[in-house]
Design a protein around this ligand. Structure first.
Ligand code: GLN
Length: 290
């Protein structure tokens, strides 16, 4: 790859000019990092010493045109560069699946508090989207067997390609269908289940920022009138599909904790509890098959 050389001063002037057009400095620095290969730490050093020279993997003109598309059409930068860092890897991203959010990384940490690398049972990722959760489980639980489900054929191909690149030796299979349905042959033997289902109530979806509403798949965001349609299916299906003592971990909306915990208790799960996200909001629910 040909690297573009420039001075720190040149870059800082360009950065100032682009921020005058709009957008946030955090987003522009993300573009410089993921799109241009300029690590955040190098950028900090340039702020202190603008005489430093640096190298970019794309010209400033190319980066500027991406920034303008982002501002004009409210296209997420992750779609423009086609990639998104998540946990300790970088996923290929496209409009067919939700862009993985940073808070969802916690769902994996919660699972890894209960299951370690010696776990050799079955896990499932319901609504895998880009495959973020499945890739993380495949890398961190190398002896386990994984099942990733999605109702979108395009999302499944994206997840499959991410898995092949990021965890090529893993034993993960992909299934097209709705939640538990395609996993029927393994019902009763799944020990670990993770899901970040669509959970935003339909009335809230209409008011989302256009950068989300107009560019990310509605099917991955909208959970029906109260946002809980998918959560209900996953929680009530868990009783038949999971093995005794198996753990279910769910992400939900910022105000759904009580409702989701209640559904888990009603469905017969035990050890039901919540966990908070990076902002201290109750964002995750967990429960165990009796
Ligand atoms: N957390 C996402 C958002 O706020 C929604 C993800 C989801 O519905 N699963 O945009």
């Amino acid at each position: 790859m040909k690297l573009i050389e420039l001075s720190g001063e040149e870059l800082l002037l360009w950065r100032k000019k682009l921020l005058l057009k709009g957008g946030s400095s955090a987003d522009l620095d993300w573009l410089l990092d993921i799109g241009g290969g300029l690590r955040w730490s190098t950028l900090q050093q340039i702020h202190i010493d603008p005489n430093r020279h640096l190298r970019l993997s794309k010209t400033l003109d190319v980066l500027e045109s991406l920034w303008c598309i982002h501002l004009d059409s409210k296209t997420p930068l992750q779609h423009l560069v086609g990639r998104c860092p998540w946990r300790d890897f970088e996923l290929e991203i496209s409009p067919v699946a939700l862009i993985p959010r940073q808070e969802t990384e916690i769902l994996v940490d919660l699972a890894l508090q209960k299951f370690d690398e010696n776990f050799s049972g079955l896990w499932a990722d319901l609504g895998t989207g880009s495959g973020a959760l499945a890739v993380a489980l495949a890398r961190d639980l190398p002896r386990a067997v994984g099942h990733a489900v999605d109702c979108s054929k395009d999302a499944l191909s994206l997840a499959q390609s991410n898995l092949q690149r990021l965890a090529p030796k893993s034993r993960v299979s992909f299934y097209l269908g709705s939640w538990w349905e395609p996993l029927r042959p393994w019902w009763g033997s799944i020990s670990l289940v993770l899901a970040n289902p669509p959970y935003i109530p339909s009335s809230v979806v209409d008011g989302l920022d256009p950068i989300i509403r107009e560019h990310e798949p509605l099917i991955a965001l909208c959970g029906g009138v109260d946002g809980l349609n998918a959560c209900r299916e996953i929680i009530f299906g868990a009783f038949n599909a999971m093995s005794n003592e198996g753990w279910l971990f769910l992400e939900h909306h910022h105000d759904q904790s009580d409702a989701v915990l209640d559904l888990m208790i009603k469905s017969g799960l035990k050890d039901v509890d919540f966990e908070t996200d990076l902002e201290g909001i109750r964002r995750f629910a967990l429960g165990r098959h009796p």
